[in-house]
Design a protein around this ligand. Structure first.
Ligand code: VGL
Ligand code: ZN
Length: 197
């Protein structure tokens, strides 16, 4: 079975010193690089927001980072400005091997956030990754990267729902962990049939 490694958002802004730093975010780089050779395909995602994106607290008067807001598609956490297209913060960590097969960008529409590599946060607008994987005959996915409780979580649950055989290597992920979001992400992934290692 063709097995792909899906590397989620290993970008400067999610690493220590970045705008939305995930504790220990840079610790995933070496293990991910070492895993790449074990897969038939390596696909990387890149959070890629226009300036003034609607997921940024700075775009909402009176809101602070990590506040919640109501979007037309449901509740949304508001983030510090991060991964703005073309900035150093949006670039991959300089130690990450980026000689994979595909880089898929997400979150590039101003009005909608996209945690998942498969669907934007309205859960209906596709990124096209499903078609790419299926037309290449890829049925098995291992996910690694940042952040466990947001982009890895939503990508894993969507992938399982789309019928992929999904494993998350937790040792090569790190979490933001807002209000127990890591524990609820683990529950949701297991409930969706994702294998956590
Ligand atoms: C992410 C929050 C906002 C992630 C992206 O990669 O998990 N989290 N944008
Ligand atoms: Zn983002």
């Amino acid at each position: 079975m063709t097995h792909a490694l899906l590397v989620i958002d290993v970008q400067n802004d999610f690493c220590p010193g970045g705008a939305l730093a995930v504790p220990g975010g840079d610790e995933v780089v070496d293990p991910i690089n070492a895993m790449m050779q074990d897969f038939d395909a390596v696909i990387l995602t890149q959070d890629w927001h226009p300036a003034g994106h609607s997921s940024f607290a700075s775009s909402h008067a009176g809101k602070s980072p990590y506040d919640m807001t109501e979007m037309p598609y449901g509740p949304q956490v508001l983030w510090p400005d991060h991964c703005v297209q073309g900035t150093n913060g949006a670039a991959f960590h300089s130690g990450l091997r980026i000689d994979g097969d595909l880089i898929i960008r997400k979150g590039f529409r101003s009005a909608i956030d996209s945690y998942s590599a498969f669907f934007e946060n309205d859960q209906t607008t596709p990124t096209g990754l499903e078609g790419y994987l299926k037309t290449r005959g890829i049925r098995k996915l291992t996910l690694v990267g940042l952040a466990t409780d947001f982009c890895v979580h939503f990508s894993a649950v969507d992938a399982a729902r789309l019928g992929f055989d999904v494993t998350v290597r937790m040792d090569a992920c790190r979490a933001i962990d807002l209000d127990e979001s890591l524990a609820s992400a683990e529950l949701a992934m297991r409930a969706a049939g994702v294998t956590l290692i």
